[in-house]
Design a protein around this ligand. Structure first.
Ligand code: PLP
Length: 381
């Protein structure tokens, strides 16, 4: 029989639905500009591609190790030291094939059926979907303009076993100050809950956001998930990591990984080592970030000219745009889609508190962003 929890998930995954709409319009011959999905358009730096190609051509690849190649885990350990000033031994890092997979699975490893799991609202939809799919109870933590898109810590009560948080945040673009994160850790320790911390965007933009392990006390309760996807344009490679300090958490994650999968392909991990260690890649990424930053300015000033308020964009590739009166986020996104052939993501797709906003990405060339804004302007909203 099919798992009854499928009924709790929406018919189509949010971004699959948007892709279907885009394909339909393209089939009709429309010139669609997609500002919806967070998939970098600037290509994977060449040294990363070459490293993988070489590895495939020259090496016979057998089953990898579930925790990942030591060389990559050591490179990440160095990265933690250099980037965050955090001591994270290679043995505490596990390589995986995309943070999405791990973020979906983590609920079943670290909670039980009756547990309540807290999730930011709005948030990356995978968190909520995993909670629903595992049949756990959900508690939304609204992240709204009035609280600077940071959950009210008073909402965290003793029933909560796990909490999902992500900074820099998708979709709001908000960052969390260290002082807030310190209070968060204190509160979660008081109520005996674990923290799932998503840093998929930590290296997008100015690289200022901390690892959760920069925060005192986090070592006891935090699980951190990072990804190569966005900073290195490696969404198609599927490469990510999990890091934890608490030996019990590490032990059970290892046990889970040994049972669930046979690790991430070594040739992809070789590409990851190059991403982290090649000075050439570093140069290309810096150039890409400068381009993204120009696009961000364009998108921000463009929407503001249309009298819409814009949040985010500094630390993430997303603009969180408050929509004109008289629309829901869905009806507004549909209007842009049907009348301007511009695709943005309705905020309500990220959770109830996303209502009133749409999310737009910077993953289009400047000329396309300008054209999209012009088309939206012509709608006289
Ligand atoms: N976490 C957040 C907040 C994301 O927005 C995304 C992708 O958009 C991911 C994780 C997924 O990362 P990966 O490509 O490593 O699966």
């Amino acid at each position: 029989m099919i798992n009854k929890n499928f009924k709790k998930l929406s018919e189509n995954y949010l971004f699959q639905e948007l892709a279907l709409k885009r394909n339909e319009l393209i089939k009709q011959g429309k010139d669609v500009i997609a500002l919806a999905i967070g998939d970098p358009d600037l290509e994977t730096p060449m040294p990363i591609r070459e490293a993988m190609a070489k590895e495939i051509l020259e090496v016979y690849h057998k089953y990898p190790e579930s925790e990942g190649m030591l060389e990559l885990r050591q490179a990440l350990s160095q990265y933690y030291k250099k980037r965050f000033k955090v001591n994270m031994p290679a043995d505490n890092i596990f390589i995986s094939f995309g943070a999405k997979t791990d973020l979906f699975d983590v609920v079943r490893v670290f909670s039980n059926t009756e547990d309540v799991i807290a999730v930011q609202d709005p948030a990356y939809p995978v968190y909520e979907n995993s909670i629903l799919f595992e049949g756990r109870n959900i508690k939304y933590l609204p992240c709204i303009e009035e609280n600077n898109f940071l959950p009210d810590l008073n909402l965290l009560d003793k029933n909560i076993a796990l909490a999902y948080l992500c900074y820099p945040n998708n979709p709001t673009g908000a960052t969390a100050p260290k002082s807030y994160l310190a209070e968060l850790i204190k509160k979660l320790k008081q109520i005996n809950a674990l923290l799932i911390y998503d840093i998929a965007y930590a290296d997008f933009g100015p690289r200022m956001a901390p690892s959760i392990f920069s925060i005192p006390g986090a070592k006891d309760i935090a699980l951190e998930f990072g990804s190569f996807s966005k900073p290195y344009s490696m969404t198609g490679y599927r490469l990510s990591w999990f890091a934890a300090k608490n030996p019990e958490i590490v032990k059970y994650w290892q046990k889970f990984r040994n049972n669930r999968d046979s690790g991430c392909s070594n040739y992809i991990q070789k590409a990851g080592i190059t991403a982290l260690t090649s000075p050439e890649v570093e140069k290309i990424v810096r150039k890409n970030m400068a381009e993204y930053s120009e696009r961000a300015k364009l998108l921000k000033t463009g929407f503001e000219k249309l009298t819409m308020q814009v949040f985010g964009l500094e630390h993430t590739p997303y603009a969180w745009v408050s929509i004109p009166k008289g629309y829901t986020s869905k009806s507004f996104a549909e209007k842009l889609l049907n009348e301007a052939y511009v695709i943005v993501t309705p905020g309500s797709g990220f959770g109830p508190s996303g209502e009133g906003y749409v999310r737009a990405t910077i993953f289009q060339p400047k000329a396309k962003i300008e054209e999209a804004l012009e088309r939206i302007g012509r709608l006289k909203l």
